[in-house]
Design a protein around this ligand. Structure first.
Ligand SMILES: O=P(O)(O)OC[C@H]1O[C@](O)(CO)[C@@H](O)[C@@H]1O
Length: 617
């Protein structure tokens, strides 16, 4: 582990230094030293059928109200603000923007009272357990502002769960006399934050626990949380990489690129990247799980696509695969579960295959050796397989090739030989310099975290609503972690019994949502027309620097659109179509050159009816 955490780092000239000077936008309500805290309705849980289980597991922190932070009235008396002692820990995996949470927290803490102290736990959760701290000061932060990675403090495991771990965390809180502990991470870390908050209350420990939604996966999403820190950056970087391989593919016309994207079980990253770069195929884990597609059905679906393209004389293509796809295929999921049980029973890896059920063993032996080895790796802290280590893209490419050879032999496929190249895009994007959106969002969440502690609230997550709007319209709030919890069930349907411990679970893609509907509409055009889009690299200044995730924008679209986007679209379209053209021609022109968000905005804008008129005035 790096012994040098917190040391100033040398920023290369140019972009990196300019980024360190970027001042994140801040919603007006949290710009001052104090905020007005408004309490809303008491909460239950996202899934009301689990309310009893959650309330029993969290007797002290269940049912707390929603909280909003608004600007105090101009004539409000300046209240006494005693100094606070706060700790912060990176618990979840690295995600671009994480450093800005600490920066925002630090600035709010010092504005609250300059005597306040912020401790960062060195080495993540293991630093929290061992009370290894670094005092965060403005000097320490200087070279980490708006920078990628989690290298200011580092991280270890995303887990504060066992009795030993919880007791160690509590001992540190007591030892440092902390008023607050801010835990940065995704669904697993925030579930653990809820449990720690409850335990601290029950043990009369004064430390207030706050969770911050930071994960590239974008899967901590619910009625309180619109998106997570890092998702935007990671999708932008990956979309650029995907679009690069699309252009490479179409240039030589000889390879199918199979690209697996990080994001764990939910397919948000792959979905967003598909909307940004328009590859030929996207296999969503959520669709596969819903339709209960077997591995060979997935393979046949891909082969049908390859064959349809070959009939048009196309022997290249780009296919996106979420890393969680493997667990969405029912028989693979069942096999992984059997392996997990063997791990939990401490069965040595060499003995595992002999202890699988007959059908699981048959499937296991059907798989190529590299996948077998990867499936046997020890599971993650959330009991899922080590998805980043399983080369699902290679498995699919291997099986598609075998199926295309079979179809050729049977005379069902007469095209050229199928040829593939595989990629896994994950770590490359995870360490990226964060986008403006992630810098602003993370900084605001850091500031909100301090207001949660100062208000004496525990077991809350810092949240921001209205994210699709400019920063001055963002609404700052806090939601109880227990309100986001549910319990896994044995069976589907009304008789289903909740089992296991309450937790915040990853939210899948909404297959009834507007973004999905849009993608479905475009699917056959994506497959056959090579409707590739080149979003380019992240823009930090100038046009495009304020772009938000497409999925966030579409789902939150109020259909009044943004007049500026509309005008921009019109000026581009003006160069493409003749005056008086039909609506269809206009729509085709818009679709061919603009992003799906822009198309949606333009086509659904109230001015749309007058487009041809407006366009040529
Ligand atoms: O390989 P690592 O660093 O342990 O983590 C990989 C996992 O972390 C994430 O990047 C973030 O949760 C996942 O998408 C991925 O499966």
């Amino acid at each position: 582990m790096n012994a040098d955490f917190g040391a100033p780092k040398e920023l290369a000239g140019g972009l990196q230094q300019r980024r360190a000077l970027y001042q994140p936008g801040l919603p007006p309500s949290v710009q001052g030293a104090t905020v007005k805290v408004e309490y809303g309705d008491a909460t239950t849980t996202i899934d009301p059928t689990c309310a009893n289980v959650v309330s029993q597991a969290f007797p002290s922190t269940y049912g707390q109200p929603l909280v909003s932070f608004v600007a105090p009235p101009a004539d409000a008396a300046d209240a006494d603000r005693p100094p606070l002692r706060v700790g912060v820990v990176f618990s979840g995996r690295q995600s671009p923007g994480g450093h800005n949470v600490i920066w925002g927290l630090h600035d709010a803490l010092k504005t609250h009272n300059p005597q306040s102290v912020l401790y960062g736990f060195v080495g993540g959760t293991s630093g929290l357990f061992a009370n290894k701290t670094l005092e965060i000061t403005d000097d320490v932060l200087t070279s980490y502002k708006n920078q990628g990675g989690f290298d200011l403090l580092g991280r270890s495991i995303d887990q504060i769960r066992s009795t030993k771990q919880v007791n160690a965390a509590m001992a540190t809180c007591r030892n440092l006399n902390l008023d607050g502990l801010v835990i940065i991470g995704g669904v697993t870390s925030n579930s653990d934050a809820a449990q720690l908050a409850e335990t601290l209350v029950q043990n009369n420990c004064k430390t207030k626990v706050v969770g911050v939604p930071v994960t590239l996966n974008g899967d901590l999403k619910n009625q309180f949380v619109e998106t997570t820190v890092g998702f935007d950056t990671v999708c932008k970087v990956n979309s650029q990489l995907v679009s690069n391989v699309c252009l490479d593919a179409i240039s030589a016309g000889k390879y199918y690129y199979f690209v697996r994207l990080m994001g764990r079980k939910a397919s948000h990253v792959a979905f967003e990247c598909a909307l940004q770069s328009h590859p030929n195929m996207l296999i969503l884990g959520e669709e596969v799980a819903l339709s209960k597609l077997t591995l060979m059905e997935v393979i046949n679906k891909i082969c049908d696509g390859v064959q349809a393209r070959a009939e048009l004389g196309k022997y290249h293509g780009v296919l996106l695969i979420p890393e969680g796809l493997i667990e969405s295929i029912p028989e693979m999921y069942a096999l992984i579960q059997e392996i997990n049980i063997l791990h939990n029973n401490n069965v040595p890896v060499v003995e595992m295959t002999s202890q699988l059920s007959p059908w699981a063993a048959a499937l296991f032996h059907f798989l190529p050796p590299f996948i077998r080895r990867e499936l046997l790796l020890h599971q993650e802290s959330d009991n899922s397989a080590q998805l980043s280590q399983i080369d699902t893209e290679q498995l699919l490419a291997h099986l598609v090739e075998a199926e295309m050879i079979k179809r050729t032999k049977e005379g069902r496929y007469k095209g050229r030989k199928f040829s593939s190249v595989c990629h896994f895009f994950g770590y490359q994007a995870r360490g990226s310099i964060p986008s403006n959106f992630d810098c602003d969002y993370a900084y605001a969440l850091g500031r909100i975290s301090l207001h949660i502690v100062a208000a004496g609230l525990t077991g809350y997550m810092a949240t921001v609503a209205n994210l699709k709007d400019p920063v001055d319209k963002w609404r700052c709030a806090a939601a109880p972690l227990t309100a986001m919890m549910s319990v896994k069930r044995h069976l589907r349907g009304p008789g289903a019994i909740p089992i296991g411990k309450p937790a915040i679970h990853p939210s899948p893609i909404d297959l009834k949502g507007k973004a999905y509907e849009l993608l479905r509409e475009k699917a056959s055009s994506f497959l056959l027309d090579d409707f590739y889009r080149t979003p380019g690299g992240i823009q930090y200044e100038g046009p495009g620097c304020d772009a938000k995730p497409i999925t966030l924008t579409i789902e939150k679209q109020d259909y009044m659109g943004d007049i500026e986007i509309l005008k921009d679209c019109l000026s581009k379209v003006r160069t493409m179509v003749k005056p008086g053209c039909s609506r269809e021609v206009l729509k085709a022109a818009i679709s061919s050159m603009l992003s799906v968000t822009d198309v949606l905005t333009v086509m659904s804008h109230p001015l749309n009816a007058e487009l041809p008129l407006y366009h040529f005035n």
